[in-house]
Every structure is written in structure tokens, then in C-alpha cells.
Write a protein that binds this ligand. Structure first.
Ligand SMILES: Cc1cc2nc3c(=O)[nH]c(=O)nc-3n(C[C@H](O)[C@H](O)[C@H](O)COP(=O)(O)OP(=O)(O)OC[C@H]3O[C@@H](n4cnc5c(N)ncnc54)[C@H](O)[C@@H]3O)c2cc1C
Length: 504
């Protein structure tokens, strides 16, 4: 046989996959599948890869547009290794010594060291809480992460073999330690006592778009990742995650089509047989959907019976983000900064019960220029200023955002003791409507569904469609949830299902 005939017959015999969307989970799925011999085509509605993990540039400023907190970098490295490539020279990052600067309403200022010993010493110094209490809390966080983390975050929950193993038995024996019957806030109050320290650890419920006053105490696994494991910043900013994974996928031979929104998943006799994009039917052995699960069922498969209970789960929070190019340097601000709300319960009531934003919300400021000087012109700073917001249910966002901008500037200028507004020379705004419009995330939620109930983990859509063969799901709206690490896990679980189903 001639060489090109060999290649032709090889490509005919390879399993073909179409991936809908090139968010972080779509990219990770493409890499994993192509690496095990599947022939992958990614169809992306936008003209660029990465979904929420993208960046904005203007006037010499660069901002990471979406995620800014980077934990568990080994999950990114794992993709290079799965592809048989060395990450060195393709993707680099460094560990941060201080995770975040915290500004409290009473004037207290806390440096949240990522090292747990240093954090314990700092909270003793600033908040007057015995260091031992923080040490014990972080040890508890590590213990419960080791007990349940792998089962809940790295395995499909709808398969019997996930539950029939020793680690689950061990977790069940220690179920009392998981604080399943209490909220995260109640757990933190009981274990930590001091209100400002409680607020510090309560905030971690927002890492997956939830309220600490409703999410279960088991979310106390998150501090283990931030403190015992650490937080990191990629060289070149968060966008380098997208860029390096896109480059890796291309190098492996994944084919990408941009400005190619998928309008239909073709299902015949309960089997996915391909998709329709730009009015063209593209047959495929299997389909991996990185689109949000709600529009995926409603718009791409309107004839199929949708899992209505799953689709009606409460969405995670969304956000309003101001990207500001500021014509001066502000020393008090670090890479990550939090300016806490005075009335924290009111902030979450506003988001999850009233569909609005409180007048004194917690403000997050990210300034990558502190670590990456080329992200702003000399003597200037690139601020990403984010406030958690309710999902989009048709609120008057123009009014909300105009009012919020004033509230945010007043609060920041008060804490920093210097004017900011006159120095803003470039401004962009991202908000629930535009997040929804740019990534098809239902209601503009950042993390799919919220974790505001102890059953939330069981009410996320699984990574293999239960009723449609050859159809798989990855990304923040399905199991195990949103945020970069979990999206990467979703791609791994979906790929594991495909390997098993296709004997790859
Ligand atoms: C402002 C903001 C801040 C955040 N902060 C953090 C953080 O600090 N840390 C963290 O870990 N996470 C953070 N997140 C969450 C994180 O960004 C997401 O969980 C993650 O990026 C979602 O990835 P995904 O794979 O689910 O897909 P998405 O990023 O949602 O991308 C989906 C892709 O699919 C494409 N698509 C959709 N429908 C179709 C279709 N029909 N046809 C073709 N293509 C389609 C979209 O265009 C998009 O490119 C943040 C998110 C935002 C917006």
C-alpha cells in the first residue's frame, strides 16, 4: 500500500469526534481525545478559542477577561503529559507568596499568605485569633479534601463503581466530619468564631458562585487548595493557559473551525450521529458538548426529552466586571485584593433572593501588572474590578451598573485614600447579559449551577448523556462543576467515559 493510502485508510478507521465549543473543558477534551487516537474537530461559535478564559487589549493595557485565580496547575501540566509532551517551554507559572490582600470595613488589613503557617501567624497578629485555630481549620480542610475530594471532583457520580470502592467506605465512616447538615457559614462560625476570620473563609463559597449562608459545610475543602496547595500565576497571565492548550491541540492535529456555531445535535434512534453548523451536517461517531447544558438541550436538541429537574437547578452567581486602565500606580494594591462588604449576609440575600446587588458589595480587584509589568504602560495599572451579581433574569442592568460604578469607586477611594476615577483612561464592562451572549452560559452564570444545597453535586448533569448514546458533556455547567480545575476534571471524566465506551 502507498503511504498516502495508508494514511487515508487510517483516517477512515479512526473514531471521529466533534466538540462543540473551545472553552477550557472543550480544549482539554480535544487534547485528551486526539492523544488517544480519536480524530477531533472543534466547532467554536466565537472567532477565538478559550470561552471565558480570554483577554482584552487596548491602549497598551491587557486584562485577563475571565478567571484570575489559578489553583491546581498540575491539572494543566497533566494535559501536556497525556499528550506525550513536556510542559517546559510551553506553559510556565509561579507560586504566589501572598494569595490576596484583604481590606475589612473596620480598617483591618490582612495579607493572606498561601503558606498555612504564615497565614496562621498573620491572622493571629491582625485579627487576634490564636494561630492554632487556623492551623486546625486548615488541617480539617485537608482531611475532608482527602476523604471526599477524589470521589466528588474526579469521578462520575452516576456510576456504581465510583461508590463501590474503599475511599467511599472511608468517607462514609467519617461522614460526621463532612458538616453535611450545616451551612459553610455555620461550620466556619463553629470552628473559627472571630467574625472577620469567618468572613474570610466564608468567601470561598463564591469560588463556585454560591452563598456561604446556604452552601453546605463540605465546601470547607476549598481552603486546602488555596493554602496548603497554593495559588499561582501563569507566565503571561491566565490567557497563556488558553494559548498553550490551543497550541498543543493544534500540534496534535486537532482541527478547529471558528465562527461556526452549532445549531443542532442530530439524534437518531437515541444515538448522536453528528451536528449541524453553518447549515452543514457534519457526521461524527461521537459528540462532546462544551456548551452550557441548558441551551444545549433547549436549542440544539429541542426534540429530545430534557432532564427538566437538572435544567431547573438554581444557577451560580454571575458578575459585573469593570476593566480599567488607570493612569497611575497604587501601591496598596497587590495582584489579588478584596474589599469586604460590611453586611455580608445582605450581599448574598441581594444576589440569590432579590436578584440585585447590594449598595455595599464585596469588591475584588485584580491587577496583573504587579506581576507582569508589560500588562500596562509605564506608570499605569490594569485593574479588573469584579462584583458578584445575580444571574440575568431580565433586570435593568444599565441602571444597576451605573449605580454600582459609583458605589465601587466611592468605596475603593475611601479604602485606598486616593482618587481613582479621574485616572481611568480606558474602560470596558462585562456583565451578566454579555457573558451570556458571548459564551451561551445560561443567565450569564460563571460556574453553571450553584452549590447552594447539599444535593447540588448530585443534581449536575453527568458527563455521558444517560439517554442518548455517543453524546458526552464537559464544562462548568455539568459534573463536577465550574472553575478551571473542575472544568479540567470534567474533560477527564468525559474522556474516561469515551475510552470505556469505545474500548480506546
Ligand atoms: C469574570 C469571570 C471570572 C472568573 N473567575 C474565575 C477564577 O478566578 N478561577 C476559576 O477557576 N474560574 C473562574 N471563572 C469561571 C471559569 O472561567 C469557568 O468555569 C470556565 O472558564 C468555563 O469553561 P467551560 O469549558 O465550561 O466553557 P466556557 O468558557 O463557558 O466556553 C464555552 C465555549 O463554547 C462555545 N459555544 C457555546 N455554544 C456553542 C455552540 N452552539 N456552537 C459552538 N460553540 C459554542 C462558546 O462560544 C465558548 O467559547 C470566572 C469566570 C468569569 C466569567
Amino acid at each position: 500500500m502507498l503511504a498516502n493510502e495508508c494514511a487515508w485508510s487510517d483516517s477512515l478507521s479512526r473514531v471521529k469526534a466533534v466538540i462543540i465549543g473551545s472553552g477550557i473543558a472543550g480544549l482539554a477534551s480535544a487534547i485528551r481525545l486526539q492523544a488517544i487516537g480519536v480524530s477531533v474537530t472543534v466547532l467554536e461559535a466565537n472567532s477565538y478559542p478559550g470561552g471565558k478564559l480570554t483577554s482584552i487589549e487596548q491602549g497598551g493595557y491587557r486584562w485577563d477577561a475571565g478567571p484570575s485565580l489559578f489553583t491546581m496547575p498540575e491539572l494543566v501540566l497533566e494535559l501536556f503529559r497525556a499528550a506525550g509532551k513536556e510542559p517546559a517551554g510551553r506553559f510556565g507559572y509561579k507560586r504566589k507568596e501572598i494569595g490576596c490582600h484583604y481590606f475589612y470595613p473596620d480598617g483591618a488589613f490582612l495579607r493572606a499568605y498561601t503558606d498555612s503557617e504564615q497565614l496562621a501567624a498573620e491572622t493571629e497578629r491582625v485579627l487576634d485569633v490564636p494561630a492554632e485555630r487556623v492551623r486546625r481549620y486548615l488541617a480539617h480542610s485537608e482531611r475532608i479534601y482527602n476523604l471526599v475530594g477524589r470521589t466528588f471532583l474526579e469521578k462520575p457520580l452516576n456510576r456504581w463503581d465510583t461508590w463501590a470502592n474503599l475511599s467511599v467506605v472511608r468517607a462514609l465512616l467519617h461522614v460526621g466530619q463532612l458538616d453535611l447538615g450545616a451551612t459553610l457559614h455555620e461550620t466556619n462560625l463553629r470552628r473559627l468564631g472571630e467574625p472577620r476570620l469567618v468572613q474570610y473563609f466564608d468567601r470561598m463559597a463564591t469560588y463556585n458562585g454560591s452563598s456561604p449562608y446556604r452552601a453546605p459545610g463540605i465546601l470547607a475543602i476549598i481552603p486546602h487548595l488555596e493554602h496548603n496547595v497554593g495559588t499561582f500565576i501563569p507566565e503571561g497571565g491566565m490567557i497563556s493557559i488558553t494559548r498553550s492548550l490551543y497550541a498543543l491541540a493544534k500540534e496534535l492535529g486537532v482541527s478547529f473551525e471558528f465562527t461556526a456555531p452549532v445549531t443542532r445535535i442530530s439524534v437518531e434512534h437515541a444515538r448522536a450521529s453528528g451536528v449541524v453548523a453553518r447549515d452543514e451536517y457534519i457526521p461524527s461517531d461521537l459528540v462532546v458538548c462544551n456548551m452550557d447544558i441548558v441551551p444545549a438541550y433547549r436549542r440544539l436538541m429541542p426534540d429530545q426529552a430534557a432532564p427538566t429537574r437538572i435544567l431547573s437547578q438554581e444557577r451560580s452567581s454571575s458578575a459585573v466586571i469593570f476593566y480599567w486602565g488607570i493612569r497611575k500606580c497604587i501601591e496598596k494594591v497587590e495582584l489579588h485584593n478584596i474589599f469586604f462588604a460590611h453586611d455580608y449576609p445582605a450581599e448574598f440575600r441581594a444576589i440569590f433572593e432579590q436578584g440585585s446587588i447590594a449598595r455595599d458589595p464585596t469588591i475584588y480587584v485584580n491587577a496583573t501588572v504587579k506581576d507582569i509589568p508589560s500588562d500596562a504602560p509605564e506608570g499605569c495599572e490594569n485593574w479588573f474590578v469584579m462584583v458578584n451579581a445575580p444571574p440575568n433574569t431580565g433586570q435593568n442592568w444599565d441602571d444597576i451598573i451605573a449605580r454600582l460604578r459609583g458605589d465601587v469607586l466611592r468605596k475603593l477611594e475611601h479604602h485606598l485614600g486616593e482618587p481613582i476615577e479621574p485616572y481611568i483612561e480606558v474602560e470596558h464592562v462585562l456583565e451578566p447579559r454579555s457573558i451570556e451572549q458571548r459564551t451561551s452560559s445560561y443567565q450569564g452564570s460563571l460556574y453553571g449551577t450553584s452549590s447552594n444545597s447539599k444535593w447540588s453535586a448530585f443534581l449536575r448533569h453527568p458527563n455521558a448523556a444517560p439517554k442518548i448514546q455517543n453524546l458526552y458533556f464537559c464544562g462548568g455547567s455539568v459534573h463536577p462543576g465550574g472553575g478551571i480545575p473542575l472544568c479540567l476534571n470534567s474533560a477527564k471524566i468525559a474522556t474516561d467515559c469515551i475510552r470505556r465506551d469505545y474500548g480506546l
